[in-house]
Design a protein around this ligand. Structure first.
Ligand SMILES: Cc1cc2nc3c(=O)[nH]c(=O)nc-3n(C[C@H](O)[C@H](O)[C@H](O)COP(=O)(O)OP(=O)(O)OC[C@H]3O[C@@H](n4cnc5c(N)ncnc54)[C@H](O)[C@@H]3O)c2cc1C
Ligand SMILES: *[C@@H]1O[C@H](CO)[C@@H](O)[C@H](O)[C@H]1NC(C)=O
Ligand SMILES: *[C@@H]1O[C@H](CO)[C@@H](O)[C@H](O)[C@H]1NC(C)=O
Ligand SMILES: *[C@@H]1O[C@H](CO)[C@@H](O)[C@H](O)[C@H]1NC(C)=O
Length: 490
């Protein structure tokens, strides 16, 4: 009798533990199915074709299995989904374009509830002030087209059309017009946000100002932006796209060209109408960019004389869509654009005060030319920033890097399978070699680097303390999180 009772009790205890676990999972499923009864859709881990049809990782090198991927059709459904997740102890991440380098839109770790915003495509233009309202699932290519169709308007953003406004406008959003008009997030004047307690709020400088501040640079840890209202500018008119190529060449020759380019872009008098990127590939150094002005003005800049020994070319664009389309082709060449792959990426930053010395540049080029990189498909992309983006004080938005003149994005891709240690070591060593010594390490929050130990400090720098305070006010249970989002202040 005692033994039987013991067995029954034990079974009871086991089934009790079992049922709380599956109980939550079952409760989550029931809750999400109910939330999405009228429209929308939900897929669960274990469903057929879940990974390829619903999860769709961008970085194949980083495996992750969310508990559920939801496809809501309204902010009310987004709020209901967040409530289902929070009530049952699941963490949440929004997905817009799905182009996070570390799959953070899928939670970044297993078991998240993903809110895929692809159905949130609302768009309208207020012709009195040229403010546009844009659904949080809109891809950049559609943003460009819709702003164009609504009166020839434009805003700053990056060059890859498959990137989503949700992840891009809330993390920075740097593009060729940023020196003139600011980062994408500098265009946001208001947003609709779903918070951790599942309330739907409007946020602006005058309403829920703390939330507004946090989503302009760090939204993934603070809520889900379902709709943006942005200021726009008239489409830039004539523009010239230039390219100076230096094939192979000696180590010294390429180092010299880099020094000349760095000296050129660090002239504070240089026009904001000029964008410039220096790309280093296996056998080529390329200086590319756009000048927003006429061919005559471009010729007057006489850029070619700055980079002797290179092969230069320039193409004049009269229409904005043609120019943006051309950038897209370039972005596609660089990182496969919309195509998922196995890759590793890092970023680094310099202010006008801590640019690389000539010795460091020499050391970098020597290292590159004498190192096994584990692949032929690697590149270092140096982007000239500054201008309008840096007119804004560092504490005005969560995006903190208002002093950066030069960004580096470094990538290493493996088309054959997992990224190797040799590939990782190469980018890590490059990064160590060139990191400014006198400055806390700064990384761009849009180029997620999951191996970086102090991610939140590197991404949000001097704004991290305030972010953690706001986090503890509006999301103390850390419902919205990925492995590097700000944790609540204690
Ligand atoms: C090919 C390529 C080119 C790029 N070019 C540029 C460039 O030129 N300039 C530049 O600045 N960056 C560039 N990036 C980086 C890009 O801006 C970031 O990866 C960005 O976060 C991607 O946004 P997404 O919506 O596509 O990504 P997602 O993976 O959907 O989201 C990224 C992060 O943002 C969060 N998020 C998404 N939507 C929302 C929302 N509505 N509310 C709250 N949080 C949300 C997600 O939870 C996730 O943590 C590029 C990236 C790629 C892959
Ligand atoms: C410039 O182009 C010519 C002809 O294609 C080529 O032979 C030469 O190597 C190029 N020079 C540089 C510096 O890339
Ligand atoms: C660095 O190199 C450039 C180009 O070779 C040169 O013009 C400049 O004077 C050098 N700077 C210093 C500080 O030596
Ligand atoms: C939800 O959280 C926000 C921010 O903390 C707060 O202002 C609001 O009152 C909360 N709503 C509810 C219904 O608790």
């Amino acid at each position: 009798m005692g033994v039987i009772r013991y067995i029954l009790l034990t079974l009871g205890a086991v089934s009790a533990v079992f049922s709380t676990d599956t109980g939550n999972e079952e409760k989550l499923k029931t809750c999400l199915q109910y939330a999405l009864t009228d429209s929308g859709r939900v897929a669960f881990a274990g469903d057929p074709f879940y990974q390829v049809a619903d999860v769709k990782r961008y970085n194949l090198n980083i495996p992750v299995t969310p508990a559920a991927v939801t496809f809501p059709t309204s902010s009310h459904q987004v709020a209901a989904i967040v409530k289902c997740a929070a009530d049952n102890g699941y963490h949440v991440q929004a997905k817009s374009g799905g182009h996070s380098y570390a799959n953070y839109c899928l939670g970044g770790t297993d078991g998240a509830v993903v809110v895929d915003l692809k159905n949130l495509q609302q768009f309208s233009m207020d012709n009195t002030n040229w403010h546009a309202t844009i659904g949080g699932g809109t891809l950049l290519g559609d943003v460009t087209q819709r702003l164009h169709d609504a009166g020839g308007r434009a805003m700053s953003h990056g060059t890859c059309p498959q990137v989503g406004s949700g992840g891009h406008f809330t993390i920075g959003g740097l593009g060729p017009t940023s020196r003139q008009f600011g980062a994408a997030l500098d265009h946001i004047v208001e947003a609709e946000v779903v918070l951790a307690n599942s309330s739907i709020i409007r946020a602006s400088d005058t309403e829920n100002a703390d939330v507004f501040w946090a989503i302009k640079g760090a939204a993934s840890g603070f809520g889900i932006v379902t709709e943006f209202t942005v200021r726009t500018e008239p489409e830039p008119g004539t523009a010239v796209k230039y390219e100076y190529t230096f094939k192979i060449g000696s180590t010294e020759g390429r180092a010299k060209l880099f020094k000349q380019w760095q000296a050129y872009i660090s002239n504070p008098q240089l026009t904001r109408k000029l964008a410039s990127t220096l790309t280093l590939l296996e056998d080529t150094l390329i200086i590319t960019g756009t000048f927003f002005g006429t061919e005559e003005e471009y010729k007057a800049l006489d850029i070619g004389s700055q980079f002797p020994g290179t092969n230069g070319s320039a193409v004049v664009f009269q229409d904005w869509l043609g120019l943006v389309g051309n950038w897209a082709e370039e972005a596609a060449l660089e990182l496969g654009g919309g195509i998922a792959a196995n890759f590793y990426a890092k970023s680094n930053a310099w202010t006008p005060k801590n640019l690389m010395s000539n010795e460091t540049i020499d050391q970098l080029f020597k290292y590159i030319d004498n190192t096994d990189k584990g692949t032929l498909i690697w590149f270092l992309l140096f982007d000239f920033q500054g201008g309008y983006t840096n007119d804004i004080p560092a504490d005005a938005t969560a995006y903190a890097h208002r002093d950066v003149l030069l960004w580096l994005q470094s990538y290493s891709i493996n088309l054959l399978g997992e990224v190797t240690q040799t590939q990782i070591d190469f980018l890590d060593r490059v990064n160590e070699m060139i990191t400014p010594q006198d400055h806390p390490y700064a990384a761009y929050p849009g180029y997620v680097d999951p191996l970086m130990p102090n991610g939140a400090e590197a991404y949000w720098g001097s704004n991290l303390a305030r972010l953690r305070q706001i986090k503890s006010d509006i999301d103390p249970e850390n419902v919205f999180r990925n492995p590097q989002s700000p944790s609540p202040a204690l």
